[in-house]
Design a protein around this ligand. Structure first.
Ligand code: SF4
Length: 574
């Protein structure tokens, strides 16, 4: 690791995406022109820029090998994923119901709660993109900067606990960070929210606006921020590029430990890439959060790698410089020395499922959404049930980082009716669910993600079924074991920090990670590589059996694996 850093930002040798961003007239590119063409898809450059508008161009991977009756391949049908940015996952009933309507009117009839407390529509046709985005903006939400090389959705613990101001303050801070770090370009408004005629005129008469945070080329890579509490790291603060861990005294946030350099994505074939958990950088008072956050973003803007996108995340900058040099540069940008972090550690996590008192006489209910997909399948009619619930009780909701939904502000006398609606629609509540299912999440992978090499969302429920059976045999069903699955090593569902991570490595084969924990404070290690779907659970059975017989009192599965170590566990499998 080098401790030397450049005194000033050097002119980077730039990747193709950097050149594209700079020449894009503040993220316009050819999006408007291509949007009005008859083609069902966008060309490569516009496709890249679309991400900054919260849109991914995709195609149905299941259909790629489809053939016409004469044996010729069918042309790919492109559809789009549209992501709504929702700081802290706070959504009104009206906004939630509008998304349910949009997914039926313009998408594939399902709505997805993401691992970053956002909503995603999938399967949107190009002809419906504008209407979808207008529908979202009509609800005073946006897709701008939900993806792309900017600050993405700012996460915060969503539990609506009102008997102290801590979580309200965290939500307020999440909103403030999101507002402060949002791109200022007017491209989004011109392209998606004006009529066609105005759109053309505005794009032609492009006048740049000041981008005070991002400059002309935005960030070298995506940037993720989260706010957590030491006793409840439900948003996985160590996986974020930038994290604020709240320090609470007498029911009041007195400051935050600032963390930086977390990130999950890796390319197994490239040694220069790796997943990382965030490092502690400094302590800030609440009124310094925006300025220090801005300084960190600007350091990454000016010194992050713009030549090689594989190593462009903030974690690589911090790895190369070391924490002291990085902190010194942040202080230079901030304009003052910053104290060291307080000696505070993450100690807990809560998925917020089930009934909980809010502290103001009302209750909130966490409703588990398996893999985040809101749809009606067989007897489990999540979409219809949530629609009925929110129509009858138009309360605020929150989206959790474990892809679930919280219904807020339920009066004691309303609880029975809420329970009845869920039961009517086959929606399981906390007492019907194992902890392993509640603490499991998955990325979408097939059929929509172009990077997937294995199943994830469609595979995980079956894997959990099998794990439940094995845990029941071992008498471990009451244990909390967190399981995250992704369809490729990019790690969108944070698979390197839970008790068990399944990561798509190559076509149809996974890497199994163990040794992390539900609190998300540690990276796991590889237990077994290149495992086909059917062998995932059998591969874990010897380790679970050993855990059952050799664990210490109260020791969680991931902690046990970390204590016993990779060598012994791998030997056990051999
Ligand atoms: Fe796609 Fe990979 Fe992200 Fe899953 S982890 S959504 S497969 S990029």
């Amino acid at each position: 690791m080098s401790e030397t850093i450049p005194k000033t930002a050097e002119e980077p040798k730039r990747s193709k995406v950097e050149v594209l961003k700079e020449g894009s007239r503040q993220l316009r590119g050819s999006i408007a022109e291509e949007l009005s063409s008859d083609k069902g898809e966008f060309g490569g450059d516009a496709e890249t820029l679309l991400k900054m508008h919260g849109i991914y161009q995709q195609d149905d991977r299941d259909q790629r090998k489809a053939k016409n009756p004469d044996g010729t391949p069918k042309p790919r049908v492109h559809t789009f994923m549209v992501r709504t940015r929702i700081p802290g996952g706070r959504v009104s009933a009206k906004q939630f119901l509008a998304h349910l309507g949009l997914c039926e009117q313009y998408a594939n009839g399902t709505l997805r709660v993401t691992t970053r407390q956002a909503f995603q529509l999938h399967g949107v046709l190009k002809t419906n993109l504008k209407a979808s985005i207008r529908g979202i903006n009509d609800m005073l939400l946006t897709t701008l900067a939900a993806c792309g090389d900017v600050e993405r959705n700012v996460m915060s613990c969503p539990a609506p606990i009102h008997n102290n101001p801590v979580r309200d303050e965290m939500q307020r801070m999440a909103d403030a960070i999101a507002e402060h770090l949002k791109p200022r370009t007017t491209a989004y408004h011109e392209i998606w929210l004006t009529d066609d005629e105005g759109n053309k005129t505005n794009v032609a008469e492009f006048t740049p606006v000041e981008e005070p945070i991002y400059g002309t080329v935005y960030l070298p890579r995506k940037f993720k921020t989260g706010i957590a509490l030491p006793e409840d790291n439900c948003i996985d603060i160590y996986t974020q590029d930038m994290g604020f861990l709240a320090i609470v005294e007498n029911n009041k946030i007195v400051g935050y430990n600032v963390l930086a350099g977390g990130g999950m994505g890796t390319t197994p074939s490239a040694d220069k890439t790796f997943p990382a958990i965030a490092k502690e950088i400094c302590y800030v008072t609440p009124d310094q959060v925006l300025a220090v956050g801005e300084a960190i973003v600007k350091v990454q803007r000016d010194f992050g790698n713009r030549a090689d996108r594989k190593i462009a995340r903030l974690k690589y900058l911090i790895h190369n410089w070391g924490v002291p040099a990085f902190k010194a540069k942040v202080e230079e940008y901030f304009g003052a020395p910053l104290p060291d972090p307080k000696p505070v550690a993450v100690t807990g996590v809560d998925d917020h499922i089930g009934w909980h008192e809010q502290g103001d006489g009302k209750w909130f209910l966490g409703i588990n959404i398996e893999c985040g997909r809101i749809q009606d399948v067989g007897d489990v009619r999540l979409k219809t049930g949530l629609r009925k619930l929110l129509t009858e009780f138009p309360h605020e909701t929150r989206l959790t980082a474990l892809q679930s939904v919280i219904l807020c502000d339920v009066l004691p006398e309303q609880k029975q009716r809420v329970n009845a609606i869920l039961k009517e629609h086959g929606i399981k509540q906390a007492e019907d669910l194992t902890l392993i299912r509640r603490y499991s999440i998955a990325c979408p992978a097939f059929p929509t993600c172009g990077l997937a090499v294995t199943e994830s969302e469609r595979a995980l429920p079956g894997v959990i079924d099998e794990l439940e059976q094995e845990l029941a045999k071992l008498g471990l069903l009451a244990d909390r074991i967190s399981v995250h699955m992704t369809g490729c090593p990019n790690g969108c569902a944070r698979p390197y920090t839970p008790d068990i991570g399944f990561v798509g490595k190559t076509l149809g084969k996974y890497t199994i990670f163990v040794g992390g924990n539900a609190e998300g404070t540690r990276l796991g290690f590889i237990l077994k590589d290149l495992v086909v779907r059917e062998d995932l659970v059998p591969a874990l059975v010897p380790v679970l059996t050993h855990y059952k017989s050799a664990r210490k009192a109260g020791e969680a599965f991931g902690d046990f694996c970390a204590r016993v170590g990779k060598e012994q566990l791998v030997e056990l499998l051999a």
